[in-house]
Design a protein around this ligand. Structure first.
Ligand SMILES: C[S@@+](CC[C@H](N)C(=O)[O-])C[C@H]1O[C@@H](n2cnc3c(N)ncnc32)[C@H](O)[C@@H]1O
Length: 212
């Protein structure tokens, strides 16, 4: 079957979640745009399993599921409303995404199963947004997500399959170069494939690969 090399426009509807789910923003769109330019490479991996950690609305994993129809697409989010939203977005777009509530990959048995990994844990609240306790906890990555990324990185080698690729969105205060160095220290080939300044923040999308 021919695999598409462009994402189609996807639908999402977060009305049912009372402002508790991260609405796709410029970081989400930057992620999608950059990922789109990597679709031929992802396609060459013939991925069996795709995982997004911190799926929010589910727009990114649903877009991948639409392109990689045969892949098992899994989303993890600490926020139960985000898990429901992710499944709903998948249904709206007639794709197939499974979602589980969890703190990163803690408690999951996914040893070397992941061929494609998506990570965007940076939470950028709008100034006017007031978070209740549960929502604030759900977005415990904090403003720059640095602590959470440092907690996740050491687990990646065990998670990724022998031939795999991961994408991690960083902003300048999460020290993208430091993240790349940590990944390289773990045996990944890591580099920043796209940089963009959006709403006065410098975003870097880091790609890391294993066995390719
Ligand atoms: C910036 S939002 C990104 C959402 C989506 N990936 C996007 O691009 O629109 C970050 C998401 O990570 C989730 N998250 C934060 N900490 C997490 C953790 N420890 N484990 C799993 N998900 C987490 C939040 O609930 C939120 O949905």
């Amino acid at each position: 079957m021919e695999i598409k090399e462009k994402f189609q426009e996807h639908l999402w509807d977060l009305n049912a979640y009372d402002g508790k789910v991260y609405e796709p923003k410029e970081d989400t769109l930057f992620f999608l745009e950059t990922l789109e330019s990597d679709l031929p490479m992802i396609k060459s991996l013939n991925p069996a399993t795709i995982l997004e950690i911190g799926s929010g609305s589910g727009l990114v994993i649903s877009s991948l599921s639409e392109v990689f129809r045969k892949s098992f697409c899994l989303a993890i989010d600490i926020n139960p409303s985000a898990c429901l939203a992710t499944v709903n977005t998948s249904k709206l777009n007639k794709t197939s995404v499974n979602a589980v509530q969890g703190d990163l990959i803690n408690g999951m048995v996914l040893k070397n199963l992941i061929d494609v990994l998506i990570i965007n844990l940076i939470y950028l609240p709008s100034k006017s947004q007031i978070l209740d306790d549960s929502t604030a906890k759900a977005w415990s990555g904090g403003m720059d997500g640095k602590a959470i990324i440092e907690r996740l990185l050491p687990q990646l080698n065990d998670l990724m399959s022998e031939k795999s690729v991961g994408y991690l969105l960083a902003i300048s205060n999460t020290s993208p170069r430091q993240i790349e160095k940590m990944l390289e220290g773990m045996g990944f080939t890591a580099g920043n494939i796209q940089i963009k300044t959006l709403t006065s923040l410098n975003y870097a999308l880091i790609r890391f690969t294993k066995g390719i």
